[in-house]
Design a protein around this ligand. Sequence first.
Ligand SMILES: N[C@@H](CCC(=O)N[C@@H](CSC=O)C(=O)NCC(=O)O)C(=O)O
Length: 285
Amino acid sequence: MSKAIKLVSQSKCYGGFQCVYEHESSILKCTMKFGCYLPPQHEKKKNLPIVYYLSGLTCTEQNYIMKSGFQRYAAKHGIVVINPDTSPRGFDLPGEHESYDFGSGAGFYVNATEEPWKTNYRMYSYVTGELPTVVASNFNVNVGKSAISGHSMGGHGALIAALRNPGKYKCCSVFAPISNPSECPWGVKAFTGYLGENKSSWKQYDATFTAKEYDGPKLEILLDQGEDDPYLNDKQLLPENLANACSTNKHINLNFRMQPGYDHGYFFIMSFMEDHFNFMAKHIC
Ligand SMILES: N[C@@H](CCC(=O)N[C@@H](CSC=O)C(=O)NCC(=O)O)C(=O)O
């Protein structure tokens, strides 16, 4: 596996640098971009903590960089923040670009087993395996101090990454995550396409199922959900199912906060970003 990365852009931000890098992914078999915020402490300090952030449907690495305002809090706490793209890029598989909730921009953080997706759509292994190795080889980070965060489809990705890899991420912060994908229209469409009709193979990628089985070190999860989120009313998110599963597992502490008046967008995310960085900093700084 090549660990080489190439700088695509760099802008000074809160005393640090908001960068975008690209690299050749051997897992996805394509060139991938990821955002990398290097806080001011990066110049002098080694072993910085890391936050991974996974975005939602239709996003590239740019949405979080441009809309969330996270850099202010990453600079304050001295955290390196890595945010990958949401799917493999550069292909033209049949139907890949036809809908916003499947194919490009909608990799769903699973390893596909179905044709024609299974060769490239392996975002679970990319996010939890290849990307952390690339990051560890290129930046002054302490991989033992990692947290994972995400929004919507990316909240689902963050939850399954944390729940399936006990101890790898010290905590998990999620905004309006797709919490029980096997039971919602977005998840059923994606899992049928990427994983096939056999629902037993879906469970490993469903936070509500994996939360019941988790028995690693105590996992702290902060979940914010807007009460006026249209996708909550459409039953795409189902956070109450995750909350029920976590309530039966003494190895998980879920802080589930309903936020009156907020919807699903980045104004909601930016409103609680400081809380999420304070929460993650407690576990990794
Ligand atoms: N129908 C919409 C759906 C796109 C959308 O709302 N995407 C969200 C994530 S939803 C779950 O993963 C998002 O983060 N959008 C990017 C943004 O900058 O707001 C559409 O395609 O219009």
